[in-house]
Design a protein around this ligand. Structure first.
Ligand code: SF4
Length: 164
């Protein structure tokens, strides 16, 4: 591996930038992400920070059970994160659709639509579990090196309607 690639891997591992995507959660997991970044757990002190644009992020953090309306946005945002990238599913909802499993408005779990690298179980997971999941994703990123990953293109129109 070239020196530049090694440097990039080191930086990603030491300071991963996140993009948070809510795919229809009850906001329980989202509050715990905020708590992980707030002064008590202070993930920012470890180099973790939330980015406003997926194009600037290394790790995509997804909460929620994946509603049909959210599928197109998930694929679009996943494609906008520059490679190498990792995906963290936060909470039991993106992993299994949780208590909403029989809902007709869902098209989960998340793994049906994009590759997921780390699952953080819990309803909601604790902030320290979220930080651990992000740290694991950062390790995975460092192992992936600096090769870009092909983006996943959306296969649905942006204004796709929810099927009853
Ligand atoms: S895992 Fe629990 S807390 Fe998180 S979005 Fe689902 S129902 Fe809400």
């Amino acid at each position: 591996m070239r020196l530049w690639d090694r440097l990039m891997c080191y930086c990603r591992k030491r300071s991963p930038w996140l993009f948070h995507l809510n795919s229809g959660s009850c906001n329980g997991c989202d509050i715990e992400i905020v708590a992980a970044l707030a002064p008590r757990y202070d993930a920012e002190q470890l180099g973790v920070r939330i980015e406003g644009s997926p194009r600037h992020a290394d790790i995509l953090c997804v909460t929620g059970p994946v509603t049909k309306n959210a599928v197109c946005a998930i694929k679009t945002v996943y494609g906008q994160v520059c490679g190498p990238k990792a995906v963290v599913a936060i909470g039991s909802c993106p992993a299994t659709t949780n208590v909403f499993i029989d809902s007709r408005t869902l098209d989960g779990p998340l793994g049906k639509h994009i590759p997921v690298d780390v699952f953080v179980p819990g309803c909601p997971p604790r902030p320290d579990a979220i930080i651990e999941g992000v740290a694991k994703a950062a390790e995975i990123l460092a192992q992936r090196g600096s090769k870009p990953i092909e983006p996943v293109l959306t296969d649905e129109p942006a204004n796709a309607e929810v099927q009853a």
